[in-house]
Structure formats: C-alpha cells, structure tokens
Design a protein around this ligand. Structure first.
Ligand code: PLP
Length: 376
C-alpha cells in the first residue's frame, strides 16, 4: 500500500525554516532549557547524564511523573514515546493488527491527519464523522458517528481539544461517544495533546477513566511548550495493553532520548508543571486578544469561531481563491507560513497559529493584512 503524503507536516518541514515568519505552529513559543534548570544543582545533574540508551518504554521516574496526571493510572499503564506522533503511530499500528475483521477506523474531521494516513497506508478503511458548527460552536456530529460505527470498526479516533479548531468536546458528548463505542465493543483513541492549553481556567474534560477500551495519547509539545524534547506517551487501560504497545515501539525508535527523558521528568514535577501551564495559558490568552482584533479588522472576508484551547484558530476565508493558493501566495509574496484547510480536509479554511512572541505575531499578521487588502 502506497503511503499517503502527510501534507500538513510536509508543508511545515518544507517552509517553516525558510520563511521569515512562521504562523504554522500550533503550540506556544517553546521554553529554553535554562528556564527548566533554575538551580546550579540541576545544571550539574544535566551535565552528568551518561549518554547511554534509556529504558525503552521510558524510565520509571518519567512514567511515574506522567501517571500522576491520570487518576488510577500507574507507571505500568504507560508507554513513553518520541513525541505524541510516535504514540499515535504505535497505537494505530497495534490496533490494525488486533483483529482482521475490524479494519475500519472512524476518524473525526477536521483533525491532525496522522492516524488516518497511517491506517490507510496499512490497508485499512477510514470512515469519518464531522465536527459541525452549531450555535457558533464546533461540536461532534454524534448522529453521524453513530451511523459510521459498525461491527467492522476497530476504533473511534478523536482529538480533544481539537486541532485545527481549538474546540473542546463537552462531557456529555464524550459520554455519547463512549455509549456508541461500548455498544459495538469498539476502542477509543483520544489524542489529548492540547489539554492544559485552554483559554479558560478549567481543563478540557478527558476521555480518561470513562471507558475501559480507551487509549489516551499526549505529549509535552503543546501545553508544555517543549516540542524539541520529543517526549510523548500513550496511557493504556492495563499493563497488558501497555506491554503490547511497547513491543511495537521496539521496532520504531527503541527509546526516548536519555536527556529528554530526564528533562521531561523535571517538567512534569507538579511545581514546575504548574509554572509551565500558567505560562502557556497566559501566553495564549494575551495573543488571542491580538488575534481577535486582527480578525475583526478583516470580518468582511474572514470568519472564525473562537478557539477554547490551543494557540490556533481555524478561519473560514472568503477571498475567492482556494486556501492552498492563498497560503502559497503568502509564502512567496510575504514570506509568511500558515496552514491551508485542505490539509485538514476542510477546503475554504486556513489555520493560523498565534503562539509565537507578541511582536513576531503582530509583524506576521500585518503582512497577511497587506496581501488580503491587495486582493479586495
Ligand atoms: C493533534 C496532534 N497530535 C499529535 C501531534 C504530534 O505531536 P508531537 O510533536 O508531540 O509529536 C500534533 C502536532 O502538531 C498534533 O497536532
């Protein structure tokens, strides 16, 4: 089976380091190592790390540190990975082999298209259900989901908070998804990488602890502002499922980097975590107000439902040209990168990341305005 190109990652890899201003990132301005190492003892400890292989499923201190954020979960329920991307890959790969009579994945759209692409490349069938707009909110189309799940379905894959809309699935919709899954004995894969990056005080409700057949994937890349560490995880309902998943990771990257494992354990220490989460939320809130004002100044051609989480907003654009063309013009004419809706299976939309430094964001938005104004 030919591998489908992962368009979103490819356009970012191709352009993010070539344009002058990159608004394709969905996380906040990353932290520096020195911000984590705030004592001389910690600096010494970092310098003393011996660069051998780390434990393949993550060290016990790292897995314990992750487990404390998932009630009822222990280190043995967790596989630590190289980013959320590896966690998603392993989970998708494992499920594909679980039961040959269940080769359908029911996938929420719009979404980060990784799991869908992997599932298709393995030879599986992907069915979709939409986040639809109702009362100025993105909400999962529960009726559509119900109609898509059959006895051939292996898993329902959701992304909550959602990339690219920044919307949060409510408790009652999560329960409705569980009901549909349990009726057909289907797994739920919940990518919760943006949890902890909410604009409001309250955290987005998690799928964790609602239904036995659930795997949560996440990482330090978004809510923690540490994408360069490449540390992610999968939370499994039992040690047995985690052990099976671990077998898959033996075939991919062997283990997370030892330095990253240590720094990630530090970042997950409750005192540090509180500081990081506060920084992320403040940053998102401050920049969202800049973004909102900018959107208002283009309300004749841009429409956006305010995100509830993540440093991204998903905008319906009415410029009269396809979003991909608009994105390419921005790259070529203004040296600014944003993401086209086509790469989330939502043509007509664009995604703008607003997590960068304030001045940087303002400069980039100014350049987008120049192009938009010249098109009127
Ligand atoms: C929903 C979602 N899951 C996973 C990933 C991959 O994250 P990581 O950088 O931790 O591998 C991304 C990256 O943008 C994402 O948006």
């Amino acid at each position: 089976m030919k591998l489908e190109r992962f368009n979103l990652e490819r356009i970012q890899s191709e352009w993010e380091h070539r344009v002058e201003l990159n608004l394709s990132e969905s996380g906040v301005e990353p932290l520096r190592i020195r911000e984590l190492l705030n004592t001389p003892e910690l600096k010494e400890q970092l310098l003393d790390i011996q660069l051998g292989y780390s434990q393949t499923n993550g060290t016990i201190p790292l897995r314990r540190a992750i487990a404390q954020y998932y009630p009822g979960c222990g280190a043995d329920n967790i596989v630590a990975t190289n980013g959320g991307a590896e966690a998603n890959f392993l989970v998708t790969w494992r499920f594909f082999h679980e039961n040959p009579s269940r080769h359908e994945l029911v996938f929420m759209i719009p979404n980060y298209m990784q799991m869908s692409g992997v599932w298709k490349s393995l030879g599986g069938k992907v069915k979709t259900f939409k986040l639809k707009i109702e009362n100025n909110k993105w909400i999962p189309d529960i009726e559509e989901l119900k109609s898509q799940v059959t006895k051939k379905t292996m898993a329902i894959a959701i992304c909550n908070p959602n990339n690219p809309t920044g919307s949060i699935i409510t408790d009652s919709d999560l329960e409705a998804i569980v009901e549909i899954a349990s009726e057909k004995d289907v797994w739920i894969i919940s990518d919760e990488i943006y949890r902890g990056a909410e604009l409001q005080e309250m955290k987005a409700p998690s799928m964790h602890g609602r239904y036995e057949k659930t795997i949560i994937t996440s990482s330090l890349s978004k809510a923690y502002g540490l994408p360069g560490l490449r540390v992610g995880w999968a939370i499994c309902p039992s040690e047995q499922v985690a052990t099976e998943l671990w077998t898959y990771s033996d075939y991919t990257t062997i283990c997370p980097s030892k330095v990253s494992d240590w720094l990630a354990t530090l970042a997950l220490n409750p005192k540090v975590q509180v500081m990081i989460e506060k920084r992320t939320r403040q940053h998102i809130r401050d920049n969202w107000s800049i973004m909102q004002k900018w959107l208002d100044s283009h309300s004749d051609i841009l429409e956006c439902i305010s995100p509830s989480a993540a440093a991204i907003c998903f905008i319906k654009q009415n410029t009269g040209i396809p979003s991909l063309d608009l994105v390419m013009r921005l790259i070529k004419e203004k040296s600014v990168l944003i993401s086209p809706g086509e790469y989330f299976e939502m043509p007509g939309f664009i995604r703008i990341g607003f997590g960068s430094r304030k001045e940087y964001l303002q400069e980039a938005l100014g350049r987008i305005s120049e192009l938009l104004n010249s098109m009127r």
